[in-house]
Design a protein around this ligand. Structure first.
Ligand SMILES: Cc1cc2nc3c(=O)[nH]c(=O)nc-3n(C[C@H](O)[C@H](O)[C@H](O)COP(=O)(O)O)c2cc1C
Ligand SMILES: C=C(O[C@@H]1CC(C(=O)O)=C[C@@H](OP(=O)(O)O)[C@H]1O)C(=O)O
Length: 373
């Protein structure tokens, strides 16, 4: 399976293609549009999110609401196109403006901004939403929540014992946080930072549930599941790091307090802890896949940082255009859908099949075989 996106932030539309989905999968447009709505929410976003009403238009690959096995192409119309697209001569530190201008031999940063912008992540969520539809056929669910904004953290380390029902409640919070007290503090923080003309980042946690053992492989470096997930998550604009399970905290514990001991009962192998975040040796181990990712503060500051005018080489202040102050909650939805893409790809790779019926039958055989092992 593969996905491809195109389109500029303030152009007519975003376009996307997904290739390799099995035939006969119910193509639930409402579900995909709901994912798009979830990405548009979040405290600290700019007025652009009140202008955009992200919905997909299907161009090809679907017949009577079912996939055909053909590549699927979709489009999302941009509404926020009526701004003056001035050249960016005062590149913003932290954004792609300067690097893109130099690399592509441009006059300024406009063409870079248009594509480096996280507007593109709307299409990724639509394509990832299609992947979520495939995963739902296997009862695999992907959830997320925000665990930190600036220096405000949720009070409880909950990744090990949280239920799907609890996680779904993050959709009810405008910061996507499950801790009411932290929610208030985070909103205050975002308000204060906005008043100061500054921006703020944070940390998200993403959890994949009901993952079968055996996705990914250690046989070659580029087949490792954690590597593939890390790549997809690090590709989200603004994401600066990812850790699986106990992650960076494995460094300050002994092995006996890190590795998840193995047990067996009528349901097969299982663990009582999940410090590995569901992946060992580059292969899913049947526990939840759990990772956290950190997003840096938004680079466009109302009170701008120093930069150089590309034309005059004078020391000036960076350009300011309408901008988010915090987009961490939205990034968590993008991350969910990037994970969906990686997992759907792995399911397709491991179980094969050109129709959903064939894929499910192969999956069922594998799961039945595991019970005898
Ligand atoms: C959902 C989302 C919304 C964003 N909104 C803005 C924004 O309004 N202004 C901005 O300067 N950066 C915004 N960013 C972040 C930039 O796109 C990002 O920092 C930039 O592309 C450079 O990131 P990189 O160095 O990680 O590639 C947003 C990111 C995401 C994921
Ligand atoms: C448009 C989206 O995010 C945009 C991402 C973004 C950036 O620089 O990354 C800059 C802003 O765009 P604008 O300058 O038009 O206000 C955000 O609104 C979106 O998430 O759909």
């Amino acid at each position: 399976m593969r996905i491809l996106t195109s389109g500029e932030s303030h152009g007519d539309s975003l376009q996307g293609i997904i290739e390799g989905l099995p035939a006969n999968l119910y193509f639930d447009i409402e579900y995909i549009n709901h994912e798009l709505k979830r990405r548009q929410k979040g405290y600290g976003r700019s007025e652009r999110m009140t202008i955009e009403k992200d919905e997909i238009i299907v161009l090809s690959g679907i017949n009577n609401c079912y996939t055909t096995g053909n590549p699927i192409s979709i489009m999302i119309k941009n509404r926020g196109t009526n701004i003056e697209l001035t050249e960016i001569m005062r590149p913003r530190p932290g954004h792609g403006d300067l690097g893109g201008t130099l690399k592509y031999n441009q006059k300024g940063g406009r063409n870079t901004l248009e594509r480096a912008s996280a507007r593109e992540t709307a299409m990724r969520v639509a394509l990832g939403g299609i992947c979520k539809l495939l995963l739902k056929e296997f009862n695999i669910g992907i959830y997320s929540h925000v665990v930190q904004i600036g220096d405000i953290k949720i009070s409880k380390d909950i990744y090990n014992d949280i239920s799907k029902e609890e996680l779904l409640k993050s959709d009810e919070s405008i910061v996507r946080v499950l801790d009411k007290e932290a929610e208030k503090l985070m909103m205050d923080k975002i308000n204060n930072i906005k008043k100061e003309g500054d921006t703020i980042g944070g940390v998200i946690e993403v959890i994949g549930m009901n993952i079968p053992v055996g996705l990914g492989s250690y046989t070659s470096w580029d087949k490792r599941l954690d590597g593939k997930i890390a790549y997809s998550i690090m590709s989200i604009p603004g994401i600066k790091g990812i850790e699986f399970g106990l992650g960076f905290n494995t460094s300050n514990r002994f092995g006996s307090k890190v590795h998840d001991e193995i047990y067996y009962d009528v349901n097969g192998y299982h663990r009582k802890t999940n410090n590995a975040g569901g992946i060992e040796g580059g292969v899913s181990n049947g526990e939840n896949i759990v990772f956290r990712a950190v997003m840096k503060p938004i680079p466009t500051l109302k009170k701008p940082l120093k930069t150089i005018d590309i034309e005059t080489k004078e020391q000036v202040y960076a350009q300011f255009e309408r901008s988010d102050v915090c987009a961490v909650p939205s990034a968590s939805i993008v991350a969910e859908n990037m994970l969906a893409y990686v997992l759907a790809n792995e399911i397709k790779k491991k179980f094969g099949g050109d129709s959903i019926e064939e894929l499910k039958s192969n999956f069922k055989n594998y799961i039945a075989g595991l019970k005898e092992r």
